[in-house]
Design a binder for this molecule. Sequence first.
Ligand code: SAH
Ligand code: SF4
Ligand code: F3S
Length: 441
Amino acid sequence: MESKKYLIETFGCQMNIHDSEKIAGMLRNLGYNETQEKSCADIIIFNTCCIRESAELKIMAKIGDIKALKKANKNLLVVVCGCMTQQKGMPETLKTKFPFINIIIGTHNLEELEEYIKKYEQTHKSFSDVWEKEKEIKEHTSVYRTSKFNAWVNIMYGCNNFCTYCIVPYVRGRERSRKLEDIKAEVQDLVSSNKYKTITLLGQNVNSYGLDFKDGKTNFVTLLKELSKIEGDFKIKFMTSHPKDFSFELVDFIASCDKMSKSIHLPVQSGSNNILKIMNRHYTIEHYKELVDRIYDKIPDATITTDIIVGFPGETDEDFIETCKLLEYVKYSGVFGFVYSKRRGTPAEKFDNQIPINIKRERITKLFEIQHAIVKTNSEQLIGKTLEVLIEDKIKNVFIGKTDAGKTIKIKNENLELGNFYKVKISKVLTNELVGEVIID
Ligand code: SAH
Ligand code: SF4
Ligand code: F3S
């Protein structure tokens, strides 16, 4: 008999991408195999995100599309999980709008999905079970990894920061760190497999790793020091950092350790102190710049990326100009810019000085214009430089690699091995990619 098939639709951040790898692991335990074709699927899982309204609208539309399939195939099992379902009243809204959904669960009981599916297969009764509170971390889930050379590793879950615009603390619960030994064992396994060349540590604010243990010794730098002792040819990346907790000790450690990636994601959100304050970010722009200076000073080949929100309630033209000036100051290698979106239940939803959509749009366009020019200059300055490149693919006689900062680079060479790091001299800069030659040293 042909095996049953699953299809997972993933929305949102890396945390969700990795959660979908756990979901795939559980489904495979139950004997399902993957399909890319919705009409061939026996189970469709929506792993949702609610960070902005646009994400939610898109997901609602995608769930709506399933109605016809479900009519044609009564046995199709439809599951909705992830951040969206964790909002107050959302399971009820979903049930009313889409009565054909069979299982609704939240972020805190993802690990139970395997049991829930078994239960459904026996009873054929639809249900919704969303836990309000987080439970202790459950280890040893089966993970079916879908990325090629990069492996995602959770180091902590949840967030305690309550930035006034953000829904994450409400849907992912409070900060919980995984035990250092558990993380180390997982990374050791991944590296030993010789398949994974970058290990990306995941958390909403990785810089507060271990603080919940209150043992006075475990913190993010202690964790990195332990992981960097693992032998092998691999790089350690992490996301996301909160600037208020990014210590100088961490900068110095990254500078001193070959295994640490020199590409740092440091979300600033705004260049204006007024706005940072009402966003509840707990740092000033002076502190942020001092951190950036320290990074560039200690790590000369560092690249920095950021997240920015434009049109936060009360953002004046002057505030926005401060943000534009910051782009020029830091010369980010990449900016993820977002238009502020009201989120239900967050403090900023109630702020009465909301910004009209046309101004928000003007500001985001301007932001991208400035950043585009910066990226162009940054890239041009790479000509003649030698960068470390991971070779990820080969198309005809051209090898495709990624720099530490995530830029695509094409190399024509006969004898490279996929999944190896090489030193590459940049010879040409095209719009979205670099061209280079391997240096043998
Ligand atoms: N924990 C991470 C990531 C949070 S979500 C961090 O603190 O950086 C990723 C990004 O989405 C945020 O950095 C922010 O720029 C953006 N974001 C969060 N809430 C938003 C909202 N209500 N409207 C628009 N963008 C938002
Ligand atoms: Fe959201 Fe702020 Fe937490 Fe990031 S640090 S997840 S932006 S509340
Ligand atoms: Fe990520 Fe979206 Fe949840 S950004 S943490 S999947 S709300």
